[in-house]
Design a protein around this ligand. Structure first.
Ligand code: FES
Length: 109
């Protein structure tokens, strides 16, 4: 199990980008925090496969806390990662299994 970050590294208003080595190479992740609850997804939009960050480590959110893809405006709710508005409505981000141990976040093996 590999440590991704400390929970306090995840800005509740911005999310956190990190990378993890997997069997198919490096995967870039986006981590979203609600209090001490952390969700992680592959940092790839299901619409056209582009990064969800508008700059390295920087993510956009709308006024309702939904993650906004900077390319064509898809909106993702951040509990299950479903696109609720935009060109890939109904599709979902790819979840990544993580574990929070104390104040540390780990990628599950
Ligand atoms: S690549 Fe994300 S909405 Fe098009």
């Amino acid at each position: 199990m590999r440590k991704l970050c400390d929970i306090d590294d995840i800005d509740p208003g911005n999310g956190h980008e990190c990378a993890v080595e997997g069997p198919d190479g490096v995967r870039h992740l986006v981590l979203i925090r609600h209090g001490d609850d952390v969700r992680a997804w592959v940092n790839v939009c299901p619409h056209m496969g582009r990064s969800l960050s508008w700059a390295p480590g920087e993510f956009l959110f709308d006024g309702e806390g939904r993650l906004v893809c900077p390319h064509h405006g898809a909106l993702f709710e951040t509990s299950a990662g479903e696109c609720v508005e935009g060109p890939c409505r109904g599709a979902s981000l790819t979840p990544v299994h993580i574990e929070v141990r104390g104040r540390e976040v780990y990628a599950a093996a």
